[in-house]
Write a protein that binds this ligand. Structure first.
Ligand code: SAM
Ligand code: SF4
Length: 329
């Protein structure tokens, strides 16, 4: 495979893009949404045609993996049409979703080229699930996870964001659920991108602590970490389930970061922990050629900042740069 032309001054090559297709969401997770979200003006949100054009440009530059996110990607109308069009450009296409609409959509998404899916699930207790997301939908999300498996999406992964004092008593329950359902699970450290300015370092349960909790009951077999992987991954001995730890706060993997993010309004965010956002919607709408767009991405990715590894060691983590619903995780 031709190597990526998106290379920064630290010699990191970008091969993956996360595209937020909307900032809207039918949930309001307390660690993500502000009380009064400021939605992007509708006219600013990229059309499917614009997104596909950008994907083609990025493919030419060496991107070979697309993840659709949001807000909630499944609230965007006819999202399977976008999946279909992107999958004809880049085969490796996946999605992160809250799972609410998966029961209805999983088969259609798979038929249109979606390969795999990550479903966010932070509690197995009905009342707590409702408290976290603001919607009484635990059963519906569980049904959605099963529908994703039945539809042939593979792998199906669960993402659980763990917050001290809120759901850290469910680490093992969530794992056992994943084992029972035959899906993978990844625990995400609480990141400083909540909409309510509630985040503080003492509310973060480090991946290492979560791992210790799991090891009190299960034997973990370490799996090799793929280049650019955001998580360290393990197999649970005696099961088909893998568990991952996304340690963005306590142990970020910046040195081989291989991804960029695109916001729904056509802004490129080279690093989630950086405050740089570069608008290309205007380029798209003002007649830029594909060459112009390529130059834009090469230039902006080229100047990507080093990342937060050193800051983390000094406990000076940039916080509240933008709430997660605007960027998609
Ligand atoms: N709505 C979809 C969902 O919830 O999966 C996709 C977008 S959501 C922003 C992507 C992921 O970010 C979810 O797994 C969510 O749990 C996670 N997330 C949101 N806010 C977070 C925060 N402050 N810290 C860590 N993870 C967060
Ligand atoms: Fe919506 Fe996902 Fe944010 Fe929850 S985490 S409010 S489901 S965008």
């Amino acid at each position: 495979m031709e190597s990526s032309k998106l290379v920064d001054s630290f010699n990191r090559r970008t091969t993956k893009v996360r595209i937020s297709v909307t900032d809207k969401c039918n949930f309001a997770c307390f660690f993500c949404m502000p009380i009064d979200p400021i939605w992007m003006p509708r006219a600013d949100v990229l059309t499917y045609e614009e997104i596909v054009r950008v994907v083609k440009v990025l493919k030419h530059l060496g991107i070979n993996e697309v993840k659709l996110t949001g807000g909630e990607p499944l609230v965007r109308k006819d999202i399977e049409v976008l999946v279909n069009e992107i999958s004809q450009v880049i085969e490796d296409i996946s999605m992160t979703t809250n799972g609410f609409f998966l029961n209805e959509k999983a088969r259609l998404l798979h038929e249109n080229g979606l390969r795999r899916v990550t479903v966010s699930l932070h509690s197995l207790r009905r009342e707590r699930f409702k408290f976290i997301t603001n919607v009484d939908a635990l059963e519906r999300v569980i049904t959605g996870i099963r529908a994703a498996k039945d539809a042939g999406l593979s792998p199906v992964k669960i993402n659980s964001t763990i917050i001290r004092g809120r759901n850290d008593d469910e680490i093992l329950d969530l794992l056992e659920f994943a084992i029972r359902e035959g899906v993978s699970i990844r625990y995400i450290e609480f990141m400083p991108f909540d909409g309510k300015n509630f985040w503080s370092l003492d509310k973060v349960i480090a991946g290492a602590e979560i791992k210790n909790t799991i090891e009190s009951r299960y034997k973990l077999i370490e799996l090799p970490r793929g280049v650019g992987s955001t998580s360290s991954n393990y197999m649970i001995k005696g099961t088909d389930t893998t568990v991952g730890f996304i340690t963005s706060v306590t142990q970020p993997f910046c040195s081989d970061c291989d991804r960029i993010r695109i916001m729904a309004n056509g802004s490129l965010v080279p690093c989630m922990f950086g405050n740089m956002e570069f608008d290309f919607r205007h380029l798209l709408r003002e007649g830029a050629s594909d060459d112009d767009l390529e130059k834009f991405f090469i230039d902006k990715v080229g100047n990507k900042f080093a990342g937060v590894e050193t800051m983390v060691h000094e406990k000076a983590i940039p916080s509240h740069i933008r709430p997660m619903y605007t960027i998609g995780g």
